[in-house]
Design a protein around this ligand. Structure first.
Ligand SMILES: [Zn+2]
Ligand SMILES: [Zn+2]
Length: 176
């Protein structure tokens, strides 16, 4: 597999320490170098006033057209509520066998559900979602193995139930 490195571009405010910890964790998992960058976008262009959420399809396209490069996989990291028309909300999205994905941590924090903040849990969930979207970029579809990171999830509890690793079958397909 030709995955040389991954670029993680944050849009909006993110704690620098959080970004470093996320990238270190993903690096350990995937054995690839992560470059962290800061991106700037006027997110109001992607805001849907009727849904009061941000259009994930448009954001993904924007990252693909203006931030992605041929030699790596690029993940745009957001902290706003994102949606695609058929779902109430999504955690992330990516081009299958592409080079671009997006993830939002908006619905990954305990505070969103009225529960005490847990930095480590937020970190864990964020990493799983980023690795999941990278999996799609690498050509993986959803997997039914219970602890595989490519298992699809609707709720944050689904993310907590799965692991942060690819199951042997998925791992074999992308030959990491
Ligand atoms: Zn998925
Ligand atoms: Zn799997």
């Amino acid at each position: 597999m030709s995955l040389q490195h991954i670029t993680l571009i944050s849009f909006g405010y993110f704690d620098n320490d959080f970004l470093i910890r996320v990238s270190e964790k993903i690096q350990q998992q995937l054995f690839v170098k992560i470059h962290i960058k800061e991106g700037h976008l006027d997110l109001s262009d992607y805001y849907d006033p009727a849904r009061r959420q941000y259009n994930a399809n448009l954001l993904l396209k924007q990252i693909e057209n203006n931030f992605a490069v041929e030699s790596s996989k690029t993940i745009g990291l957001f902290n706003v509520d994102i949606f695609i028309p058929i779902f109430t909300y999504i955690f992330g999205q990516a081009y299958l066998r592409g080079r671009t994905g997006i993830v939002s941590i908006f619905r990954l924090s305990n505070e969103r559900y009225g529960i005490d903040s847990d930095e480590n849990l937020l970190l864990e969930r964020s990493c799983k979602e980023i690795i999941h979207e990278l999996g799609h970029c690498l050509g993986l579809i959803h997997c039914h193995t219970s602890d595989c990171v490519m298992r699809s999830g609707t709720y944050v509890e689904d993310i907590d139930q799965k692991g942060s690793k690819f199951c042997p079958k998925c791992r074999n397909e992308i030959a990491l």
